[in-house]
Every structure is written in C-alpha cells, then in structure tokens.
Design a protein around this ligand. Sequence first.
Ligand SMILES: [Zn+2]
Length: 336
Amino acid sequence: MYSPDIIGHQALRERLLERLKTGRIRGSLLFTGPEGIGKRRVGLELAQRELCLRRSACGQCEPCRMFAGEELPFELPNLLRITPEGKAGVIRIDQIREGLDSTNQPRFSRGVIEWASLAPALGCHRWILVEEAHRLNESSGNILLKTLEEPPAGTHFILVTHRPEALLQTIRSRCERIPLAPLSLAEAWAVALRNGWDTSDQERWTALGEGSLRFLDEATFRRAEAQVEAWIALMGGASFAAWSGPLLPEKESALAQGEQLRQPLELLLRLLADLARMHAGEPPALAPWREALAPVATRLRNLKAPQEVILEALRHLPRNLSPEPLLREVALAIGV
Ligand SMILES: [Zn+2]
C-alpha cells in the first residue's frame, strides 16, 4: 500500500492517504519539521501513488521508478515541483508566473498559475510541490498567494520548509500545517545503511543527524564532523587561522556564502547546549565528542554571552556579510 522506499512517518502517511481517499484534504498544505527528515518524500508519495500502475506507490513499476532516482522529475502529468534557483537560492517570480529557469529556457511548459488552473484527470489529483518554501521572496510569495487561497478542485499545493517562521504570514495562514517529527535514530540509520554507510560511523552519524538524513552524503557529513572538531579546538583556545578552514564557506558551493555559515553556527549552538548539560552533570547529546568536550566544559563556564553572539550572527546571515570577520567574532566569544 505504501512506497517500500520510504522509512518512517508511517502514521502520518496513512492519515494523509485516508483523508485523500475520503476527500478531506485541504487544497494547500504546509509540511514543516527539521531539515532532511523526508518531508518532500512524503509529499511526493501522494503524487507517486496516483501515477503508479498499481495505484499503490509500489516502487517497482515504470512510473514509480521516476520517483526513485537521484534526479527527480520536475514536471509529470500530475506533479509540478518548484525549487529555489541560482546562487541566491530564491524562488523567483517568473518561476511562479512563467515557469522559466535562470537561463530563460522553458523548463516547464507552463508557469505554476496556469498549471494549477488545469483540471486534473478523472480520479486523479494534481500536486504542486514547493520545496524550501521559505525561499519564496515577497513578490513570488504574493503572486502564489492568490492561487493558494483557492486552488481548483483536485489540485493541491504542498509547501515544504524547515523554516516556517521565514514564510510570509499570509501564506502560512492559508495553509493547513502538517508537522513532521524527526525519524527515530534507528529509522535514520536504516536509511544510512541502505545508502552504503559503515557501522564504524554509526555513533557519530546518528548523533550529528538527530533523526534526519541531512548527512546522508558523505562529504557533507565529513564537513560537519570537521566543523565540530574545529569549534572544540577554538573553544580550547586554538588559533583561528589554523582551525577556521572547515568553517568558512566553500567557493564552489551553489549556496550563498552567508547561508553556508548557518550549519557551523547551528552546530556551535548544539555544542554550547552540550556544555550546559555537562555543567549540570548530564551527558552531552553529541556523545561521541564527550571526551573532547570535557576539558572545555571545565574552562568555559559562561555560555550565555557566546550564545547571544551566535544568535546575533545567525540573524545577520540573510544580509550576507563577509563570512570571515563574522566567524572571527564568534571564535573570540568562545575562545578561552
Ligand atoms: Zn508503482
């Protein structure tokens, strides 16, 4: 009945399917929850089961295989996917209105508005999946709003985001919010195993991922690991020049520089939360780094001041300040 490729979210997926069958599903849904827990995958399953030759998201038939690969299709008879584009990573107004990509080549034959206005085939629903919906800017969000308000019968929007607070309030209020919880650590690791991960990495991988699949890609995981180690070194008083490498943005990344700082700063907040746990005599959540954190915990007692510096830095990221001075300031706040 359910795609065998999906691990987790079983109860929610059953409930969505049941509501769909009985016509009790709203036109606009907002899937929220931490990054990398499979929100998009759960949304795609709704479209997949209607294209599936067995009507069950069997994972085996020809249409189902289109959903299994790395390169997901952007447009199918009952599915349109909208994703952020370009270095700035925003969903632009012309993607919503005309459906052109950044090279001005038609990627969709129609923009979202026109696509949404077409009637679905009998017994089928049409799905418009807006990924990373917090990257809608004000103008593209406002254009989308009119269609979101009253999608045609049988057409559903699914907006997916891990940062709902960054969405226009008017958009949030028009959608039914469907919160997704993190996977259990065992579920997340089951996906990792299927993707070729080795048990020697299990402890660190599950601790860093917290029930998400954010670090399924090995290079991404190694980078996060290096960032944790760099912060621990800096908290121990090591030199910024020697340790800042893994914290600084990568030139060849598709993400804007400021946005690339989000992960290391959020990791540092987690490390500080662990120091607070250790001060209270509790074990750290990032348990594999417990030994490395122990000497820092005895030296770094005031956590409030550095936390404020980090939160302030996070607030400034969208303005895309120079990464290095910003990191230096944070390093100064945590160095002992
Ligand atoms: Zn199938």
